[in-house]
Design a protein around this ligand. Structure first.
Ligand SMILES: Cc1cc2nc3c(=O)[nH]c(=O)nc-3n(C[C@H](O)[C@H](O)[C@H](O)COP(=O)(O)OP(=O)(O)OC[C@H]3O[C@@H](n4cnc5c(N)ncnc54)[C@H](O)[C@@H]3O)c2cc1C
Length: 552
């Protein structure tokens, strides 16, 4: 039987598009298969904030940030905490990826027209010691144009290849099996789904119209993670994080269903680190949802006070933006799966950003005029104000007593005591006046404001939470929001997949989230942020290059 293409890529998300365009560049023919319709091309990356982990970039240098490959590697290893036998390839991927982020990543993208917003964000700030979790310096580079701006160069290259006949898309084709002949993966089979005209990101029908099978010399699995499938998230939930949350909201569309991971595993591929996941603890229910249980992540600045469900302040250093996994672990240890931010209008105005391309029309639309308003506006950005007004998790009140009683009414648990919250907030407020602070969160505020980027658009001037001049008071109920899958198929640096027998499975490659962004989990336990899109770029590129070299 003749081959339909040299290589088949499963998944038209970022990793799949990057792999496919590399294959075409190498003069080979590729078919890209996706269960969704053409309108969802680009997968999750389209919805993303477009934040990229870069090291020692011109943007950092312009802001006076001194970064280096050594510092980034120290931070990465401290965050990853590799501690398992199966971390051999993840660790090699981590080293290669940090070198990529400190090396050719930015120039490679720039040559394709990618551009970066000049103020670098500071995510996952840690707060432990120098060898532990966190970014020692700001490294979160937001794409000018957010997620769509990351997808755009690869979509453009793919469309050009499509026009010249070297790439073909098969949308609404759902892969149900890999075919293997004499031990070599040589194709995929599955069903065609009825055409769907839902909007991008909405759930599409799964009604079957026919069957298909395709043959090639190699198959690249780039099918994403499991975050849209809460059953799988709960099944893989690690005991070290307590019992799986009862209430979860989804930070990804429903097509992030993990089904292809099971199919690839059933074909003999070795899936490792499945219990490592990256879910956020600052999730809010979207008042205007696109996909089922749609939640948005608040990218918080450092000033909001953070309380668990019982009203106890989260311990140091679990402040907003410090340590996502540590916060998740702490929250799950309380026996409740939610927590609270308490803040002021001055804080929300300067510090709340919402992750997602559609929540940042200024950056996504590449509008300088709108973006500058972030620094100069009286209110918060319009999407944040809309959440404040219409979001089910937001409470706005003029005084603490009313705020606490509305918080109790919202949670229905009635665990919060006014006097307890008041005492903690007043104690923190006393430290604001004190130049020799002992409250670590307040120290962090002063530290953050030494960075010009934070002072301009990310960290409110320190003030008392109970100072009415900065009011009204705001409380936000924070839910756990599923997002990224850190484990995946074990791969070598050519993205070739290992089988359960420990040997490479000929013809099979994996990239992006399905490969744990490379190696089966290059992040280890934790991410420094902006590392997922970059992981798709790097592993998709490696997979595409290696597969096209391997095929005749
Ligand atoms: C709101 C949001 C904000 C984010 N912000 C950032 C950020 O700022 N920085 C960052 O680094 N990361 C961010 N991310 C994460 C990042 O976008 C994703 O991890 C990444 O895009 C995953 O890409 P992927 O190609 O591996 O998978 P996906 O984008 O999930 O694509 C996989 C594709 O495979 C298809 N597929 C699956 N199974 C099958 C099958 N059986 N047959 C056929 N097709 C199949 C799916 O339909 C899908 O189109 C964000 C994500 C979201 C949702």
């Amino acid at each position: 039987m003749a081959d339909d293409a040299d290589v088949i890529v499963v998944g038209a998300g970022l990793a799949g598009l990057v792999a496919a365009t590399e294959i075409v560049d190498a003069g080979k023919h590729v078919i890209v298969v996706d269960q969704e319709g053409e309108q969802s091309l680009g997968g999750q990356a389209f919805w993303s904030f477009g934040g990229l982990f870069l090291v020692d970039s011109p943007e950092q240098r312009r802001l006076g940030i001194k970064d280096s490959h050594e510092l980034a590697l120290q931070d990465w290893m401290g965050s990853a905490g590799f501690d398992r036998d199966e971390d051999v390839w993840p660790r090699r991927w981590a080293e290669a990826y940090v070198a990529f982020a400190a090396g050719e990543k930015r120039d490679w993208l720039r040559a394709m027209g990618h551009r970066i917003f000049p103020i670098v964000g500071w995510a996952e700030r840690g707060g432990y010691d120098a060898m532990s979790h966190g970014n020692s310096v700001p490294r979160f580079h937001v794409t000018w144009g957010t997620g769509p701006g990351v997808v755009e160069p690869f979509e453009r290259r793919a469309r050009e290849a499509e026009a010249s006949g070297n790439l073909s898309f098969r949308f609404r084709h759902r892969v149900d099996a890999l075919s293997i002949t004499n031990g070599t993966v040589d194709g995929v089979s599955g069903v065609t789904l009825e055409p769907s005209d839902v909007e991008r990101g909405q759930s599409s029908s799964r009604n079957v119209t026919g069957e298909f099978s395709l043959r090639a010399q190699a198959v690249i699995v780039a099918s994403g993670g499991i975050g849209g499938n809460h059953d799988l998230v709960r099944k893989n939930w690690p005991p070290r994080l307590g019992a799986p949350p009862k209430n979860l909201i989804s930070g990804v569309p429903e097509h992030v269903d993990g089904r292809m991971i099971g199919i690839t595993e059933a074909a003999g591929a070795r899936l490792i680190n499945r219990d490592r996941m990256w879910h956020y603890v600052e999730g809010i229910r979207n008042w205007s949802p696109i996909w089922p249980r749609h939640g948005i992540r608040i990218l918080p600045g450092p000033s909001s006070m953070w309380f668990d469900a019982t009203g106890k302040r989260l311990p140091s250093p679990l402040f907003p933006g410090s340590d996502t996994l540590g916060q998740l672990q702490y929250i799950m240890s309380t026996g409740y799966d939610y927590s609270w931010f308490v803040l002021t209008q001055s804080i929300i105005k300067k510090e709340f950003a919402l992750s997602g391309s559609e929540q940042n029309p200024d950056l996504t639309g590449k509008s300088w005029r709108m973006t500058i308003k972030r620094a100069t506006n009286k209110g918060a950005p319009a999407p944040v104000e809309a959440f404040k007004k219409s979001g089910a998790d937001f409470i706005v009140r003029e005084n603490l007593e009313d705020l606490v009683s509305a918080m109790n009414a919202l949670s229905r648990d009635h665990l919060l005591k006014l006097e307890y919250l008041k005492a903690q907030i007043e104690a923190r407020d006393r430290e604001i006046e004190n130049p020799y602070v002992k409250d670590t969160q307040v120290m962090n505020l002063h530290n953050a404001r030494r960075y010009i980027g934070d002072r301009l658009i990310r960290t409110a001037k320190p003030h008392r939470i109970l100072d009415a001049a900065h009011g009204p008071l705001i409380a936000v109920k924070l839910n756990i929001l599923t997002r990224k899958t850190l484990g995946g198929f074990e791969t070598d640096l050519d993205s070739r997949v290992f089988g359960n027998d420990g040997k490479i499975m000929p013809g099979l490659y994996a990239a992006g989230e399905a490969a744990g962004f490379g190696g089966g989990g290059m992040h280890g336990y934790r991410s420094l942020e902006g590392t997922f899109l970059g992981g798709c770029l790097f592993s998709g590129r490696n997979a595409g290059r290696a597969a096209s070299k391997a095929v005749a």
